[in-house]
Design a binder for this molecule. Structure first.
Ligand code: M6R
Length: 608
């Protein structure tokens, strides 16, 4: 949801800024812009479109900021692209997040004579700083006062041409400082400066880091209260450069699909001992797990589907009620949360605004909280009572794939771990499931060997404009995720629903041009599922299915089918989602879609 980068040092921004910004364009890609301080002036360049096609050279200089946008306030245009300037063109600002009180601030500033040239919420920031500068405040004080007047979530980079200073302010949206040999970097995600800085300082909310272009650039951190903070410890960045490259794959999404066996291995490494789950992150949390009377899971999108699978797993293994909620709805009801209620937030990025807001609401209501994230040190991880990292490595493709399967692996381990603590399942049963989990990477690789079959199925079906994805029991949640994958990257209409629910209305849509994709890979409720397949066939609907290799009975009923290796029902989503990810990918590729950056989407949704 917008990416921001900044640089100040001895090197040339024209080398660093475009390269850093390119690393962040998964966050938003409808337009972009730069400001470089050169000869005492802001040299601004803004363009509409994706950075992929940007071949111009930006101005040389030692200090600058840049932005890649996912539009919220104001349509996609050069005028609305960042950076935004103050009236006197002294201050340039790039921003990720939303300034919620922008309308009232804008009205007040306009009354004072400020002239706005964009429709964005961001533009109030340079004008507000300018207003404080006009009152005689210094740059640092003016920025601090401005931050105190802003409501909402923001990460800001502010460049002052008069004092030759760059600063980054954080409140709710991510902002990291990179320490490199050639200078200081700012970015929304350490991936932004992975090529140039090996250490990072993670700013906290309510902090502003100032860097001045004087000899060696140095960093000073102040709070929004104006007080200087003690120097923060820089941490080594544990990212490998190859993790941020396509490595010969046509798209990041395809690379990330094929990385899943290794991701499951790294996610489960050290978390299984003597065939039993071990979650060190939960040491000290066990008392709470034993006392838990109810679980509420909050998440969005793909992470929500992982949460639905978790509901199935935990109810079966812990025998406590579990409720899964769209995080965006949670805080606008009156959720009944007691102190023995555990609220689990699931988020790949750990920054999703809706999930974070739900987590904060749960804490406010006295719940125990836990997070499952892919980004260690992310806000959701930091603000939760305990956090488990999925260890999938950076996921760059907007469509979530390896984050989903590693979330399921962690959730399965969590469900099994809790069952051990609570003694709600036998050790034999738990060991059997763990054994099947350990076989997943090998079985995933077996599926990849048959990728041409799913590619063929995708190719012949890419002519259809509508699909139903259906399943029962745990397969239903996989169907939901399969439908989401297809719609988000191919723009084809795809719905997921319980197979038996179809007859209560949706079946009216079925005809020869409306195929149904059945997921029956868990092996549960197969007789019932076959009945639902017959219902589609009786209405001339085409049937594609994902089944397990022993299910010749279902195979006979389908126009096309793809078999996955047999496994335990509770492990099956880890395998059955793979052909659906590939199906979505190959359909979208056949249609020539921009797979890694689908229209209207962004990877990290840090606005409500
Ligand atoms: O980072 P999160 O897991 O919190 O993100 C939640 C959703 O925005 C995300 O899963 C989205 O649905 C995916 N891009 C879908 O592939």
């Amino acid at each position: 949801m917008c990416g921001i980068v900044g640089y100040c040092g001895n090197g040339n921004v024209s080398e660093f800024l475009p390269a850093c910004l390119k690393r962040l364009d998964y966050r938003g890609y409808d337009s972009f812009g730069f400001s470089v301080l050169s000869n005492g002036d802001h040299k601004i360049l803004k363009r509409v479109g994706k950075l992929d096609y940007f071949a111009e050279k930006i101005q040389s200089g030692n200090i600058g900021i840049a932005h890649t946008r996912w539009a919220t306030h104001g349509k996609v245009s050069e005028k609305n692209a960042h950076p935004h300037l103050s009236c006197d063109k002294r201050i340039a600002v790039v921003h990720n997040g939303i300034i919620e009180n922008h309308s009232s601030l804008r009205r007040a500033l306009e009354r004072k004579g400020h002239f706005f040239s964009s429709e964005t919420d961001t533009e109030v920031v340079p004008h507000l700083i300018e207003a404080f500068l006009c009152e005689g405040k210094g740059f640092r004080e003016a920025v601090t006062l401005a931050c105190n007047h802003l409501e909402g979530n923001f990460a800001l980079l502010i460049l002052d041409k008069k004092s030759n200073q760059l600063c980054g302010a954080k409140n709710g949206s991510p902002l990291v400082v990179g320490l490199g040999n050639e200078g200081i970097f700012f970015a929304s995600d350490p991936i932004g400066f992975i090529d140039y800085a090996g250490k990072a300082i993670f700013l906290g909310d309510g902090e502003i880091a100032f860097v001045k272009m004087e000899g060696n650039s140095e960093i000073e951190i102040f709070g929004f209260n104006g007080e200087k903070k003690a120097a923060k410890k820089a941490v080594k960045i544990n990212l490998r450069r190859w993790q941020a490259e396509k490595n010969g794959f046509k798209h990041f999404m395809l690379k990330e699909i094929f990385e899943q066996p290794e991701c499951i291995e790294s996610c489960t490494a050290g978390r299984i001992k003597n065939s039993l789950p071990v979650l060190e992150e939960l040491e000290g949390f066990n008392g709470k797990i034993k006392k838990t009377e109810r679980i509420v899971i909050v998440a969005c999108g793909t992470s929500l589907h992982a949460g639905m699978i978790a509901e199935f797993l935990i109810e079966k293994l812990w025998k406590v009620p579990v409720k899964v909620e769209c995080a965006s709805e949670f805080r606008y009801r009156c959720p009944v949360i007691g102190k023995n209620c555990l609220v689990v937030a699931i988020s790949q990025s750990g920054e999703t605004a809706d999930t974070l807001a739900a987590l904060r609401e749960a804490k406010r209501r006295g719940a125990q909280t836990m997070a499952i994230v892919n980004v260690e040190g992310s806000t959701i991880a930091r603000e939760s009572g305990a956090a488990i990292c999925t260890k999938a490595g950076p996921e760059i493709g907007v469509a979530s794939t390896k984050a989903f399967t590693t979330q399921i692996a962690v959730l399965l381990l969590f469900a099994l771990y809790g069952a051990v603590q609570r003694k709600t399942a036998s050790k034999e049963e738990i060991k059997l499931i763990v054994l099947e989990l350990k076989k997943v990477p090998v079985k995933m690789r077996e599926i990849f060997e048959k990728k041409n079959k799913i590619k063929f199925i995708a190719k012949v079906n890419s002519k259809y404009s509508n699909f139903l994805f259906l399943g029962r029991g745990i397969d239903y949640f996989v169907a939901l995720e399969g439908a989401l994958k297809l719609k988000e990257i191919s723009y084809v209409n795809a719905w997921g629903m319980p197979a038996a629910e179809m007859k209560h209305g949706t079946i009216a849509l079925i005809d020869k041009n409306f195929p149904a994709v059945f997921v029956g890979a868990s092996g549960a409720l197969l007789e019932k599922l076959r009945g639902n397949i017959q219902e589609v066939k009786a209405r001339s609907g085409k049937v594609i299915s994902i089944i397990n290799e022993c299910d010749s009975e279902t195979a006979k009923l389908c126009n096309e089918f793809f078999c996955i290796p047999k496994t335990h029902e509770l492990v099956s989503p880890l395998l059955s989602i793979i052909p659906l990810q590939l199906f979505a990918y190959y359909v979208a590729d056949e249609m020539g879609r921009e797979i890694d950056k689908p229209r209207n989407l962004a990877k990290s949704v840090t606005v409500e």
